[in-house]
Write a protein that binds this ligand. Sequence first.
Ligand code: ATP
Ligand code: MG
Length: 278
Amino acid sequence: MTSTHGSPAAPTAAPVLEFRDLRVDFRLSGSTVHAVRGVNLSVAAGETLAVVGESGSGKSATALSALRLNPEPPCVYAGGEILLDGRDVLGLSERQLRRVRGAEISMVFQDPMTSLDPLQRVGHQITEVLRLHGDHTRAEARSAALTALDEVGVPDPERRFRQYPHELSGGLRQRVMIASALVARPRVLIADEPTTALDVTVQRQILDLLVRLQHRHGMAVVLITHDLGVVAETADRVAVMRHGEVVETGDVEQVFARPAAPYTRRLLDATPRLEPVA
Ligand SMILES: Nc1ncnc2c1ncn2[C@@H]1O[C@H](COP(=O)(O)OP(=O)(O)OP(=O)(O)O)[C@@H](O)[C@H]1O
Ligand SMILES: [Mg+2]
């Protein structure tokens, strides 16, 4: 038995980001949802950790906590810590958090239309994180944004830079989101269902792109997905969540070959075909 059960997902290298006994509640009028109930997870540079589990199991609430992006209220961080190079992000001021967002930890979400501002040109949105951190001239920010657009495979970056989100296809918008997530060269990228809204061929292209960029930049990647085929192809380790807890973690191959938790077994049984693609 090589996969672990209920213990921290331990990468072999030193972790860049580590969730320790994280507890997240949503306090609603009359009731409290314990969305995250003592989650332990970690991810190292150059590593992809996939997080899977049924809807409502706390995947997004966990991920959003890394940048304190759950709406407060109703969210209350009820316990634990999230260490970025050993520093607890839950203890940072709003001002310190702004320096972490995008520059050290970036996020890509499912629907780029909700993350992109419809009234701002694409270029403005990509350079924003650089302007926010203040150490780039306008020309440097523009040049970094054009490089990022090129790197994520957006054809004719100069033209796209001047366009508005609605002028782009869904696949291009997601590439723009990834460009803006990567332009400041963060050490951690958290992608929450980054391809769910896209059609199958575009999904594949975006995932290939994420894998290539990760190898090039050595980022730590946390990939939240419902698609166990995607996990098999892209992730090093996997954490399975259920009811706000991690029920199993381990190397993808080991967990998929010999799942320890009954819930993981059920998840795998419900997935039609999982042979790695040659
Ligand atoms: N802003 C919020 N206000 C109130 N409850 C919330 C909020 N965000 C999440 N929750 C609750 O916390 C629990 C975990 O939700 P979360 O979004 O993390 O699930 P998930 O695993 O990401 O699901 P999915 O696969 O559907 O995206 C759910 O019960 C959800 O209803
Ligand atoms: Mg979610």
